[in-house]
Design a protein around this ligand. Structure first.
Ligand code: GAR
Length: 202
């Protein structure tokens, strides 16, 4: 059965678009049944409207506390009978209550080779550290930030004349390749979490 997926984003939405296109091309046995964003005027919201997918803007600052915000999102997800959640440029940390409700069903993409360079501006952190290689990681989300069992990674070189912009573009190209592939595996029930590892069974 096709998995019912919720796409979470805060910005441009290029990873969401890569997944959407892979679904349209029938590479993924799933469908995006709703989009949740914490911001109204961003690319992912516009894209969702253009794709005729329901979009819910759930801004945590409109809720008195994190638990009320979390409950609002859980209510929406339950209404749509969601099987999996794809964080694609979603710049909020989900509370433990949320993670516990969908453990093993939340995927995230991060623009570094985790566990290096967690948090904001991972590409800038890589340039400042002077690493020769960096990349991107798709992982299951647990209670920590940019942490959790790793599903897929891709490596890109860092060149001497790189700027945050040139490096980000090189990484993004790989993000658009590995995230749809990880979602395909998830939708095929091919990912098994064994301790802190993900075993791919296909
Ligand atoms: C992507 O580079 C993604 O890896 C990053 O935000 C960008 C979103 O782009 N996510 C994080 O840094 C999460 N910690 P997009 O909106 O075009 O997909």
């Amino acid at each position: 059965m096709r998995k019912r997926l919720a796409l979470f984003g805060s910005g441009r939405g290029s990873n969401g678009e890569a997944i959407y296109k892979a679904i349209k091309a029938e590479h993924i046995e799933g469908e995006i049944v709703l989009i949740i964003s914490d911001r109204a005027n961003v690319g992912i919201v516009e894209k969702g409207c253009a794709w005729h997918i329901p979009v819910h803007v759930v801004d945590p600052t409109h809720y008195g506390n994190g638990e009320a915000w979390t409950q609002a999102m859980l209510d929406i997800l339950q209404e749509y009978e969601v099987d999996g959640i794809l964080l694609a440029g979603y710049m909020r940390i989900l509370l433990p209550t949320f993670v516990q409700a969908y453990r093993g069903k939340i995927l995230n993409i991060h623009p570094s080779l985790l566990p290096a360079f967690k948090g904001m501006q991972a590409q800038k952190q890589a340039l400042l550290k002077g690493v020769k290689y960096t990349g991107c990681t798709v992982h299951f989300v647990d209670e920590g930030m940019d942490i959790g069992p790793i599903i897929a990674q891709a490596v890109v070189p860092v060149y001497e004349d790189d700027t945050v912009d040139t490096l980000s573009k090189r990484i993004l190209h790989e993000e658009h390749r590995i995230y749809p592939e990880a979602v395909r595996l998830f939708c095929n029930d091919a990912l098994e979490i064994v301790g802190s590892r993900v075993v791919i069974r296909e």
